[in-house]
Ligand binder design. Structure first.
Ligand code: HGY
Ligand code: MN
Ligand code: MN
Length: 386
């Protein structure tokens, strides 16, 4: 998890490897690690940035994020051999806390790098540690977070990532060229009823918050099963007081919604609010719906999509356009600079699981196509294309 001892060890490892590849390495106040390669003459030119994240989810896999960072290291190694071609510097980033699972702060590092508004630092994880304490435990100074903003110095962003879904694996296609990423809303829904005696309280007097939460969960899934665009996930239900002979007086659900356009995302949020209202009314419960995290849907830059098509084709790879149902640091970057994403297959479409796997040949092909695209961009910029 982000800022965990294991993660901070991985950051140390990465910095050492970057230095071995002759990158100038910095770690900003958000704990983003940036390796930089390129001529001092080009220093005033905007950089081509490639990257992803090293943090993951509980019981996560070995490829989500890590592949994109290591591919960036390979791109640096490939381009360091001919620095004269680097008209634009190459930057390689490991963004901190892309997953946001510890503090509900998805894309924390890339949002800091992009100068976006950050979540309150007093947010705490399940152990009661605050985000500020975690940042300080990572040896960084929270008062300098605004200095992480370097987005103005970026020409374009590219990210290689595993698909985390079944499309490429099932179709036998080597690469996915991402055209857009869905938007996301995360809510904390709290239902308040009345704790009471489980044996003596008549049905007509029971205000069972857990029963309400369970009904919200099933009605949400039933409603979203009928939608052509939108996914819902109820990550869990917490109920109090949790004693066997007490009717749960309070229940809290963590609900995540995703959809590919602003309009379908708003419709999905409306459905959530209506279901919560109806269930609360029917169960004589008091509802509270709090927005905890959000990310807007985004489309990628046409020139970068075409560049990835060209480099994939010239490497003899089969490819297909795809929409990413998973969020990525590229989603944040694309709101500020031209961005593009390349995906490689996930075996059985599985991700966020220890059985996450992508073959070395697929990783190598993705890295080669990424390298060729970056070689083009660092040498010629947008090639006179806007
Ligand atoms: O959850 C996601 O969409 C990504 O894995 N951060
Ligand atoms: Mn992930
Ligand atoms: Mn990821």
């Amino acid at each position: 998890l982000a800022w965990s001892p294991e993660h901070l060890d991985a950051c140390e490892w990465l910095e050492a490897r970057m230095r071995q590849e002759h990158l100038a390495v910095t770690r900003d106040a958000a704990s983003n690690i940036i390796g930089r390669l390129g001529p001092t003459a080009g220093a005033d030119r905007p950089a081509v940035l490639v990257g992803s994240h090293l943090d993951t989810v509980p019981e996560g896999g070995a490829y989500d994020g890590a592949l994109g960072v290591l591919a960036g290291l390979c791109v640096a190694r490939a381009l360091s051999g001919d620095p004269a071609r680097l008209v634009h510097p190459l930057w390689v980033a490991a963004f901190m806390d892309e997953e946001g699972v510890r503090f509900d702060t998805s894309f924390f590092g890339s949002r800091a790098f992009a100068g976006e508004h950050l979540p309150p630092l007093d947010r705490t994880d399940d152990a009661g540690t605050s985000l500020a304490e975690a940042i300080r435990a990572g040896g960084r100074d929270t008062s300098r977070l605004t200095e992480a903003d370097e987005i103005e110095r970026v020409l374009a962003y590219l990210e290689l990532h595993i698909e985390q879904g079944p499309i490429l694996a099932e179709s036998g296609t080597s690469l996915g060229i991402v055209t857009d990423i869905v938007g996301r809303r995360v809510f904390s829904v709290r239902l308040s009823g009345e704790a009471n005696h489980a044996g003596t309280t008549p049905r007509s007097h029971r205000r069972d918050a857990l029963r309400g939460a369970a009904t919200v969960t099933t009605r949400l899934h039933d409603a979203f099963d009928r939608l052509s665009d939108g996914t819902v996930n109820v990550a869990g239900i917490a109920a109090e007081p949790g004693a066997m002979n007490v009717i749960p007086g309070v229940a809290e659900l963590d609900v995540e919604i995703r959809a590919s356009t602003d309009r379908t995302l708003e419709r999905a949020v409306r459905i959530l609010r209506e279901i919560v209202e109806m269930v609360a009314l029917g169960g004589d419960l008091l509802p509270q719906v709090k927005l905890v995290d959000s990310a807007e849907p985004v489309s990628f830059d046409n020139y970068l999509v075409e560049l990835l098509e060209r480099t994939a084709t010239s490497n003899g790879a089969s490819w297909t356009h795809m929409t990413s149902g998973a969020g990525h640091d590229a989603l944040v970057m694309a709101h500020h600079v031209p961005a593009g994403m390349l995906m490689v297959p996930s075996r059985n479409g599985v991700s966020h699981s220890p059985s996450e796997f992508t073959g070395i040949a697929e990783c190598r092909l993705g890295t080669q196509v990424l390298t060729d695209a970056v070689r083009e961009l660092t040498a010629n910029g947008f090639g006179g294309h806007g």
